[in-house]
Structures are given as C-alpha cells and as structure tokens.
Design a binder for this molecule. Structure first.
Ligand code: Q9C
Ligand code: ZN
Length: 321
C-alpha cells in the first residue's frame, strides 16, 4: 500500500464553526493527519509527500467553474476566518480562511495522484490522507468541513478507464458524492451512515434515494440507527453494502473512509470500538479485489486517531494483532 500526504493542509486551520448559533471549536484539525501518518510509519508503509497542485481542468469535471472561482476569490479577499452561508455555502460548518483554497486543492491532488498510481497498475491500494475532507462538497456547494470532493475527483478520473464503485463508510452521508454521480450508471455510490433524520446532513441519505434517469439503481443508501448500532449490526449492514458493490463488478474501487463511527467520536459516534476497524477493513479487503483508492474523510477523536488508523490498516493488510 502506498500512502500519500501533503503538508499544505496546514494552511487550513479554522478556529471555530457555528452550531445552533454558537461558535464551537473546530474539530477538523491538522493533528488528525499527523496521527494517521504516525500509524502508517509505525506499520512501515511507504509514505510519499505530494507538493504539486492539481490541474484545475480535472476539478472542473466534478465542480462548476463558477464555484471554483468563488472559492478561490473569497479566500483571496478575506484576511481572517469567515463563516457565512451563501449560494455556494450550504451551512455554517464550512469556514473559509485565507489558506482554505490552497489546502483544498492540495487535498484533491492526493486523490488525483492516487488515480494515476492505480491506472499505472502498480498498487493494489493507495491511501490518500486528504484534509480537508470532501464527501459533503457538491458540484456547486461546500459544507460540512468539505470544499472539493476528493473521492469524486478520483472516481471521475477512473471512470474514463472502467466501471467505478464508491463505498462511503464515514458516519455522515456523503451528500456531495451522491449528488455528483446521481444521474450516472458508470459510477456506483453506496453509503453506510447514521440515519440522517437526526444527524447531519439531514436532507439526504435515505433509502429511497436510488439515482435518477440512467443512474437509477446506481445509488444506494444504508442508514443505521444512531443510538443502537453495534459492531455486529454494523458489519451485517456493511456486508449488504459490499454485496451491492460486488454485483456492480467494478474495475476500480474508491473507499471514502471516516473514523467518526468510532464509539467515542466527539461529534458523531456509531458504536464502533477501536478494534472494530480491523473487522471492517478485513471485510472490505476480502470482498473487493480491484485497484482501490482509500480517501480520508472525517473522524474527530484525535487522541484515538492513531489507534483507529492502525487497526484499520492491520485489518486491511491482513497483519496480525
Ligand atoms: N459541532 C465530515 O465528517 N456538523 N463532516 C457539526 C457539531 C457538521 C462532518 C455539528 C458535521 C460535518 C467530513
Ligand atoms: Zn463524517
């Protein structure tokens, strides 16, 4: 497995978001990536720093030009953090700082390089340590700590060479990824997440959202009850989701990976103990055997992050312990 990271994510460090009208400390911190890197190094994985920025033409295949312009210009014009819903900003969980545009582009470049490596056929799996995360970013809208949809960028790129399936196991439904591929039959989107009735993103992630037009049947949501999900019931649902992916017979696989299903996550939590990520990863690696991009999404328990990543990687790579 090859691991990709960038140091440019440090350009994006909002201090707070607004929750219910109240400024709340921003949980999507740079230390999250440091912790995953520590786990990768501990396991002896090959870690590569990426310093270049992406070709904007690639990003324009998943986002509208006017949206990318807005993101760039706003960041250039502000001198301090700004939290302000607008036509391009879905909620008060996507603060803009002067460095947000550059950080979001650097994050997307990890997905681009992951795609290049997969197409070069050298790697079974590439783990892109994306920050900021991406799955809430729609074609024309940022939100939920996300600005550029990294998973969509790599899926779009791979879709030119074969059939793609995306499995999203972040705690939150990936409304952005769903929206971007909703009309398409060449990129399947499957998500396992907390029931959006009471959890972000609230308006999407329900079972009846199955795609539109020729995309009908190529979008599948598996919402889980927030309070009562256990590792056992989670794995049962994950198995069903993986079955949907297998039936699609993808040539390429994208895993949107969030650690916010961890039982002690400060903003989310879905009953998964740290060692549970070994079972989750083992089940995924056992079910899907095509070139894979693992794209980091959420997860906010920084103290436990190294252990969550270590458990996931051990399960995925079939290492003991
Ligand atoms: N302060 C991702 O996991 N809700 N985004 C915040 C609590 C927004 C999560 C409310 C959650 C966004 C990538
Ligand atoms: Zn999340």
């Amino acid at each position: 497995m090859l691991v990709l990271f960038s140091n440019k994510h440090r350009l994006h460090t909002p201090k707070f978001e607004y929750y219910d009208g109240v400024p709340t400390p921003y949980p999507e911190k740079p230390e999250r990536i440091d912790a995953i890197l520590a786990a990768c190094r501990k396991l002896g994985l090959e870690v590569t720093e990426i310093t270049e920025q992406p070709d904007l033409e690639l990003l324009k295949e998943v986002h509208t030009p006017r949206y990318l312009e807005y993101l760039k210009n706003k960041c250039a014009e502000i001198t301090d953090e700004q939290i302000m819903p607008s036509i391009y900003i879905h909620d008060t969980y996507a603060p803009l700082t002067p460095g947000t545009y550059d950080a979001a582009l650097a994050s997307a470049q990890l997905a681009v390089v992951a795609g290049d490596k997969m197409l070069a056929g050298q790697e079974r799996a590439v783990y892109a340590l994306c920050r900021p995360p991406g799955h809430h970013a729609e074609q024309d809208e940022m939100g939920g700590y996300c600005y550029v949809n990294n998973a969509a960028v790599v899926a779009e790129k791979l879709s030119k060479k074969g059939k793609v399936a995306i499995l999203d196991i972040d705690f939150h439904h990936g409304n952005g990824t769903q929206e971007i591929f909703y009309d398409r039959d060449d990129v399947l989107y499957v998500s396992v997440h907390a029931d959006p009735t009471t959890m972000f993103p609230y308006q999407s992630g329900f079972v009846d959202e199955t795609g539109r037009g020729k995309g009908k049947g190529f979008n599948r949501n598996f919402p889980l009850p927030h309070k009562t999900t256990t590792l056992e019931s989670y794995l049962e649902t994950l198995k069903q989701a993986l079955m949907v992916v297998s039936v699609h017979q993808p040539d390429y696989f994208v895993l949107s990976l969030g650690f916010d299903t961890f039982k002690d996550d400060p903003i989310a939590a879905l009953g998964i103990p740290a060692e549970g990520y070994q079972d989750i990863a083992r089940m995924i690696a056992g079910a899907i055997n095509v070139p894979t991009a693992i794209i980091q999404e959420g997860g906010y328990n920084v103290e436990h992050f190294e252990s969550l990543a270590e458990n996931f990687l051990k399960g995925y790579l079939g290492l003991s312990g």
